[in-house]
Write a protein that binds this ligand. Structure first.
Ligand code: FES
Length: 141
């Protein structure tokens, strides 16, 4: 079974919102995301634990074992419906850089609303190459 950020947050959130639980969640995120905590996880964790993003970032910086990543992520649905949109896939590949990790994932199970993408963990329907350009521009990539 694939690791899922939302499920991990729900799991830890059920144990409480104290700082130890928060740090344990951050450690798991870091481990599952290849050694750093991705930027897109920060607002989701902060919201679910009822803390400000600035507080969460301070916790991450204070803990020597935690590292914040600086890479944005773009997931493109490669399922049978969304995968037909070659222009979107080609635009995504052109945008890949040190600051943007692009990956193609299996069907996101919302085929009727496709093509679907996730940028920094946020889902977008009806994605176009123009949307990709807009999102990366807004993120300063
Ligand atoms: S093919 Fe993209 S959501 Fe199913």
């Amino acid at each position: 079974m694939n690791w899922n950020l939302e499920e991990a947050i729900t799991h830890y959130r059920a144990m409480g919102t104290d700082q130890n639980t928060l740090v344990n969640l951050l450690k798991e995120i870091q481990q599952e995301q290849g050694g750093t905590i991705p930027l897109f996880a920060v607002p989701q964790v902060a919201e679910n634990f009822g803390v400000k993003e600035s507080f969460l970032l301070a916790v991450i910086r204070r803990m020597p074992s935690l590292r914040l990543g600086d890479t944005h992520t773009l997931q493109i649905c490669g399922g049978p419906n969304c995968g037909k949109h070659r222009a979107l896939a080609e635009a995504a590949q052109k945008l890949e850089s040190k600051k943007l990790r692009v990956s193609f994932v299996p069907c996101m199970r919302m085929c009727g609303k496709g093509p679907n993408i996730k940028f920094d963990g946020k889902l977008y329907h009806g994605a176009t190459p123009e949307l990709l350009k807009q999102l990366t521009k807004e993120a300063g990539i």
